[in-house]
Design a binder for this molecule. Structure first.
Ligand SMILES: [Zn+2]
Length: 170
C-alpha cells in the first residue's frame, strides 16, 4: 500500500476548499451556448470569445459565466457592461450557464498554484496535465493537480494514477 498518495489526496481536499490558491494566467475553453459552440480564451490581451455578441460589445454571456464561476481564480476586474448590450438577458444567461457546467470544456490552461510552502505552475493541454512540483514529476499526479481536478470537475479530463499503481508494486 502506498501511503504517500493518501496524504496527497487529503491535502488536495483542503486545497480545493480554497480556490484562491489558483490563478489562471491563460485559458482556452470550448463553450456550448444555446445555438452554437464558441471558443473563449484568456491571454495577455484579456478575454476573447468567438460569439457574435463579443464581436459587437466586447463582452458576452460566455465570459460573464466564466467570471462568475472562477472569480477567486482570475484575480482580475470583471469586464464592464457595454452601451447597447442587453444586460438583463446576458446576466440571466450567465446565471443559467453557471449551473450547467457541462457546457464548458477546457482545452488548455496555464495556472499558478499556491501550495503550503511554494508556488507551482500547473498546465493542462488536451487532457495532459503537468505540474513543476517534484512529486508530480516522479508520480504523474500531485496535490495541486488533484485539487484543480476537483475545482474544475467535469470541465477537465482527470489525471490518471498510472504511475502510482506501478510504484506500489516495487
Ligand atoms: Zn461569447
Amino acid at each position: 500500500m502506498d501511503y504517500s498518495i493518501i496524504s496527497k489526496i487529503q491535502k488536495a481536499k483542503e486545497y480545493a476548499e480554497d480556490p484562491s490558491r489558483v490563478t489562471f494566467n491563460s485559458l482556452e475553453i470550448e463553450f456550448r451556448g444555446n445555438n452554437n459552440t464558441y471558443r473563449v480564451t484568456l491571454g495577455p490581451d484579456g478575454w476573447q470569445c468567438t460569439c457574435p455578441g463579443f464581436q459587437t460589445y466586447g463582452i458576452c454571456p460566455h465570459i460573464m459565466t466564466l467570471e462568475k464561476l472562477f472569480t477567486p481564480m482570475l484575480k482580475r476586474e470583471r469586464l464592464p457592461y457595454a452601451p447597447g448590450q442587453n444586460i438583463v438577458s446576458d446576466v440571466e444567461k450567465a446565471n443559467q450557464y453557471a449551473h450547467e457546467t457541462d457546457r464548458i470544456r477546457f482545452i488548455s490552461f496555464e495556472a499558478t498554484f499556491r501550495g503550503g510552502h511554494n508556488t507551482y505552475h500547473v498546465t493542462y493541454h488536451d487532457g495532459k496535465w503537468n505540474c513543476d512540483n517534484p512529486y508530480f514529476q516522479s508520480r504523474g499526479v500531485c496535490s495541486n493537480t488533484m485539487a484543480m481536478e476537483k475545482l474544475l470537475k467535469g470541465m477537465v479530463k482527470p489525471v490518471f494514477l498510472v504511475q502510482e499503481s506501478q510504484q506500489s508494486v516495487e
